[in-house]
Design a protein around this ligand. Structure first.
Ligand SMILES: Cc1cc2nc3c(=O)[nH]c(=O)nc-3n(C[C@H](O)[C@H](O)[C@H](O)COP(=O)(O)OP(=O)(O)OC[C@H]3O[C@@H](n4cnc5c(N)ncnc54)[C@H](O)[C@@H]3O)c2cc1C
Length: 333
């Protein structure tokens, strides 16, 4: 049984690959900072890998008060059993009440393994995190029942309360080079790891990842057909952005599934999001409403997308988009 009173503080598992911190971990430090401030407890980071100690400064600048570092050559490559053992050791020693991980391939794998071995709860793919002050519990909100409701889950009896969050759902804090924090080196024993990493083969993608793009030009069913997506590509190219879509455009076979934004697609947070012929269903909005500026083009002035639009444009996408491309091209030249 857990004595939950023994557990205090918020911790973030820092995902890194070849010495670079995953953006989602910086976003979780931003979210973790807010939770830690509400609970009036420190924000810790668990940094695991080989030759990773130098990353601790960046983690403190991004919001952490303490970084626990397990830096060991045998932890160079991610493998479930070794990383699980390292995280478990840090949890049992420092007893954070909350542990956050990115809902990435690594975070999903590690989160499940750690929660199972510690016998605690894990809420996957959260879109919102908050504190229930009466229960001093983490409110973990995520879509449920096929996205028809948002469920808020609390882990009341076990600790740590574990949650994974998808990239681009939370906002990272601007780095503060003046922030000070503690760095504590930790040792773990080597385990009899059954999995050996023999080689890494990186697949070079032909297009920039949609999640990292600062400008996204997204099309929906209102585009009227696959060929009209070339209009969006022209606009995206002029602005140095990428093309994405709603699910209806994917379901119609006009664009690949990897372009889909929304609850069952990708979550994005670009500087500018163009929604072209997209109605603004809630399942689409959850994937893009964190964008800084939303420019919506729709011929229906009552379309729900206009409720979140910074700049609403009522008109036919097939006329408005080429006009915008022409204007931006003129500006550039
Ligand atoms: C469990 C579940 C998960 C889902 N996940 C996702 C998801 O991840 N992402 C997602 O996008 N959806 C998702 N959906 C589907 C979602 O509910 C909507 O059906 C979908 O987002 C609608 O896509 P759309 O806006 O392209 O099409 P529509 O809703 O058909 O809207 C088309 C819009 O285009 C406008 N239009 C038409 N012609 C023109 C024109 N010539 N010029 C300008 N405007 C025009 C129309 O006025 C309309 O507003 C999910 C649904 C469920 C049930």
């Amino acid at each position: 049984m857990f004595d939950i009173k023994e557990y205090s503080g918020v911790a973030v598992f820092i995902e890194q690959f070849q010495g670079k911190i995953a953006l989602v971990s910086l976003e979780l430090l931003g979210a973790g900072r807010i939770l830690a401030d509400k609970l009036k407890v420190p924000l810790a980071a668990f940094l695991i890998g080989s030759q990773v100690s130098d990353l601790a400064a960046e983690i403190i600048q991004s919001g952490a008060d303490i970084v626990y570092v397990v830096d060991k050559s045998t932890l160079k490559d991610y493998r479930t059993a070794s990383y699980r053992q390292a995280v478990e050791k840090l949890v049992l020693k420092y007893k954070p009440e909350i542990l956050l991980l990115g809902a990435t391939t690594m975070g999903r794998d590690l989160g499940g393994a750690v929660a199972t071995s510690l016998g605690t709860g894990l809420t996957a793919d959260c879109t919102e995190l908050d504190i229930d002050e009466a229960a001093r519990a983490l409110k973990q909100t995520r879509p449920a029942f096929g996205g028809n409701i948002m469920a808020t889950i609390m882990t009341k009896r076990n600790r740590p309360q574990m949650a994974t969050v998808r990239p681009r759902v939370m906002a990272a804090r601007p780095k503060d080079p003046a922030r000070q924090g503690k760095i504590i080196q930790e040792e773990v024993l080597d385990i009899d790891e059954k999995v050996k990493v023999l080689d890494f083969i990186c697949q070079i993608k032909s297009e920039a990842p949609i999640e990292d793009a600062e400008i996204i030009v997204s099309g929906g069913r209102g585009m009227g057909g696959a060929k009209n997506f070339s209009l969006l590509k022209e606009l995206a190219d002029i602005l140095g952005g990428v093309v994405a879509s709603s699910r209806k455009a994917v379901d119609a076979g006009w664009v690949p599934a990897s372009w889909q934004i929304g609850q069952t697609g990708k979550t994005v947070r670009p500087k500018i999001y163009f929604a072209c012929g997209i109605s603004g269903a809630v399942q689409h909005l959850v994937g893009m409403q964190g964008s800084d500026v939303i420019i919506a083009i729709n011929q229906d002035k009552e379309a729900p997308i206009f409720k979140v639009a910074t700049y609403p444009i009522v008109g036919d996408v097939l006329q408005v988009v080429p006009l915008l491309t022409k204007l931006f091209r003129e500006r550039q030249s």
